[in-house]
Design a binder for this molecule. Sequence first.
Ligand code: SF4
Length: 133
Amino acid sequence: MTKRQIVHIDDELCNGCGRCVTPCAEQAIELADGKARVMREELCDGAGFCLAVCPTGALTIEEREAPDFSEEAVHRHRLEQMIKENAAKKAKAATLHCELCGRSENDAPLIAVRDQGTSRWVCVKCLPALIHG
Ligand code: SF4
């Protein structure tokens, strides 16, 4: 712990718009329960690039006791975020969708059907229309 500059978020002023998330190169700010949060203080270097984009003035720089800023923690955090994002992309890509209405297999059961010589995934809600026209 060192006395240093770090971002302070005023919960009363924060409207959860999320504009401050992207300018933070260290990915220290995330939205949780509709409010911006410095998720881990060692990720915030106190540079304050997020301040300029906040429409409500919720962000300020304060000087107080906080864990030291850590480049290593930032590096690890970025890798964890990349792994999470890639896993989410893979899960999304692996989800089947109804080729007629676009519903995912999470929304309605899908059935593989042969239609005019082509195999396609169709949900049970669209199947009657495909069969009966
Ligand atoms: S930009 Fe400001 S109002 Fe928007 S989420 Fe961040 S702190 Fe909250």
